[in-house]
Design a protein around this ligand. Structure first.
Ligand code: ADP
Ligand code: NI
Length: 206
């Protein structure tokens, strides 16, 4: 089985923003970023496609997912040292784990895949994924309380998708590493700011 078929099988039914299509978009963003970075394209492609296949939000048996990933990499001719790098990237990708104390990877392939995955939390796609994720957890996009706070110039603190914009999406931009990642992060964060401006215009200014 090739890597893409494997990912499709593992993530196919996901509806919380981690679909196979997310994996394919991360792979193409990483490929594009890598044009200026000159990293190992095969490592970048495999790590991009596989990065959510052992996420604890999606799978309960992590050791078994890890085994399956290693096995598919072996079947597709990856060497032991490439597999080690790919697993290291996958295990250290998440903002969720790393929060603000994280360090860049000591090799470029990791930073390229991380930047690509992070870009997916921003822009139009980022807004859609957050909404999809919120809906999968039965959360409202916003609550009355959020608007009351906004009128006083305060950020939302409720358990809404809107609050996630302030807890994560608007904080990501300074953590991009690659030149192309930084450029796109600015573009996509600007789009989120514009979206929020319009959102408040439509909900507050009536
Ligand atoms: P990643 O794929 O980078 O590991 P996550 O697994 O943390 O990202 O989240 C997947 C998507 O769901 C991202 O677009 C993220 O912004 C969004 N998301 C994560 N947590 C929440 C939340 N509490 N509310 C709304 N969206 C969320
Ligand atoms: Ni991802």
């Amino acid at each position: 089985m090739n890597i893409q078929e494997f990912v499709k099988r593992e993530l196919g039914s996901d509806n919380s923003g981690h679909s196979y299509l997310h994996a394919t978009r991360v792979a193409s963003l990483a490929k594009m970023i890598n044009r200026k970075e000159g990293g190992d394209a095969r490592i970048i492609e495999a790590a991009s496609f596989l990065h959510d296949c052992m996420d604890s939000k999606l799978f309960s048996d992590i050791p078994s997912q890890k085994e399956k990933i290693i096995s598919v990499l072996k079947t597709n001719g990856y060497s032991a040292s490439s597999i080690k790098t790919i697993m290291d990237i996958i295990e250290h990708l998440s903002w969720h784990i790393a929060k603000r104390e994280e360090k860049p990877f000591p090799y470029k392939e990791g930073n390229i895949v991380r930047d690509a995955d992070r870009l997916e939390a921003l822009g139009a796609i980022g807004i859609l994924r957050a909404t999809e994720y919120g809906a999968s957890r039965k959360r409202a996009f916003y609550e009355e309380e959020d608007l009351k706070r906004a009128k006083q110039g305060l950020e939302p603190i409720s358990n809404t998708t809107l609050a996630h914009f302030y807890e994560k999406l608007l904080l990501l931009e300074p953590y991009f590493i690659t030149t192309e990642g930084k450029r796109l992060a600015k573009e996509r964060t600007d789009f989120i700011r514009l979206f929020l401006k319009e959102f408040y215009k439509e909900t507050l200014d009536q």
